[in-house]
Design a protein around this ligand. Structure first.
Ligand code: SF4
Length: 247
């Protein structure tokens, strides 16, 4: 069985949601934050590669928008008659980009990301590195895998284009476990925030890796045993399956 970090987190948040995601996969919506995030990831990689290209944030935003229609996240429907109704509605949004804030905020986000990319790349001064590298490791019959933003020697980096969040530490720990199981070396984690320019170093040790490994195994067992209880709570507010959930 395969387990990515997002599947692991989904099960931890709500096993029932994990189940719905597998049985009723829904079309991916295009969010402005993700589109800008993807652009900034690639921009940062290009700066690391020495291509210190100066770009105009307004023009980048225009390019990201392209011919897409912009709609506010508040307009997105979240009440459906059935699953087919939801899929049809989500599919109808494929030519749209969903905004959580004003357009000017996205332009500023691009601007900040560009400025900080140049400063951070200079501060890191990486000589040899790989970007967006897939790696996996086996724990018995459980294959855990992930795409590492940057690996440089024994440092693993996660690039973040939004605000600081606690769960990013868990994501790094998940990747650190893969790295360790593959190389028998405990890596140093580095969270890079392109909006505030921070680089936060995260040290791992055997206890931390062991703890996350036990949790990953527990999640793997839960999935294997088809144990999908509902975890009703604050997370339901943002759950796309709340209209079919029988919690
Ligand atoms: S509505 Fe709540 S309990 Fe139901 S699947 Fe979603 S997160 Fe889980």
């Amino acid at each position: 069985m395969k387990l990515s970090y997002s599947a692991y987190m989904s099960y931890k948040t709500c096993p029932r949601k994990y189940y719905y995601e597998r049985v009723y996969p829904i079309p991916q919506l295009r969010y402005a934050d993700s589109e800008v995030g993807n652009y900034l990831h690639n921009y940062f990689y290009s700066v690391l590669n020495g291509e210190n290209e100066s770009v105009d944030a307004d023009k980048i935003w225009e390019k990201i928008k392209g011919e897409s229609i912009l709609i506010s996240a508040k307009e997105i429907k979240d009440d459906f008659q059935d699953f087919d109704d939801m899929v049809a509605y989500y599919s109808s949004l494929s030519d749209k980009i969903i905004l959580w804030r004003d357009e000017k905020d996205y332009v500023n986000k691009i601007k900040m990301g560009i400025e900080n990319s140049i400063k951070i790349a200079k501060a890191l001064n990486l000589k040899s590195f790989n970007v967006e590298k897939w790696m996996n490791a086996k724990i018995d019959d459980l294959l855990i895998y992930g795409r590492f933003d940057i690996i440089s020697e024994n440092d693993i980096f996660e690039l973040k284009t939004g605000g600081e969040r606690e769960d990013y530490y868990l994501q790094l720990a998940f990747y650190a476990l893969i790295f360790y199981l593959k190389n028998y070396i405990i890596p140093r984690g580095r969270l890079v925030y392109l909006q505030n320019g921070k680089i936060i170093d995260v040290k791992f040790n055997f206890n931390v890796l062991n703890e996350i490994m036990e949790d990953v195994i527990k999640v793997g067992k839960g999935i294997k045993n088809e144990d999908f209880p509902a975890n009703k709570g604050e997370n339901c507010r943002f759950c796309p399956y709340k209209f079919i959930c029988d919690y």
